[in-house]
Design a protein. Sequence first.
Length: 301
Amino acid sequence: MPDDTIARTLAEASTRLALARRPAAGRGIEGIAGSPDADRSATRPEAEILLGFVLGKSRTQLRMYPEAPLSPETLARFASLIGRRAEGEPIAYLTGRREFWSLDLMVSPDTLIPRPESEHLVEVALESIDPGESAQVADIGTGAGPVALAIASERERATVLATDRSLAALHIARKNARGLGIRNVSFALADSCAALKNAHWSMIVSNPPYIASDDPHLLAGDPSFEPRDALVAGSQGLDMLTRLARQAPARLVPGGRLALEHGWQQGEDVRRLLAENGFCEIETRCDLAGHERITSGRKRT
């Protein structure tokens, strides 16, 4: 029986990833005491994702044939990916893909990695858009396009404009729209609300930069690899949220809504910003962890 089987290769890769994350004092991968077996169990899914990516197979398929041998070429490519992952590089950048709202999206180091928390922004938008309505929706700072494409896929009568100040990010977003066959979305290179020339938008959504410039989370994990200008918004993380709250009213129709994703400690600040700029019916939605995450408001009629 060959040594370089799927089972053996995954076991060795899981151990390597676990060891890379265990501090010298022997604490677990989440910074708490943990056993080597628990650490390997935690890293096993990552190893499976990366080997499945190399082989073009699902994790289930890998488990069905654990004794299947692997070629030297496959082993070399997999070892390279495991080495990069051990250095902290996000899996989404290693594979170039991330699922969001059941959409398979292309991502790159030019875009933020779509996160589950942003699905709550989609939910808030969909609750405000009747399926039969020909709504005009703008997504500011679209990145790889997850929010805009999710809304467009669920509300086919809506017209969605996705904007970003990064040309490279827009290139990825356009590719995602084409790959998914979503046609009711267009794209514009612009900062903040600059592309929204007329006051005819029924909904503006945004997952803008909202991290403070000195936040230590920027130095570790996925954020340390992501584009900084898509994460950071001034000393308190409120610069872009403030701009959007001030600019959106002139672009929205009476009764139109603005929905903003923000940091878990920024809910009170964002509610204040919306109130100061004339919004009513201001609400905040919590994420699955119970943290305030999405705040929305309606322009007065």
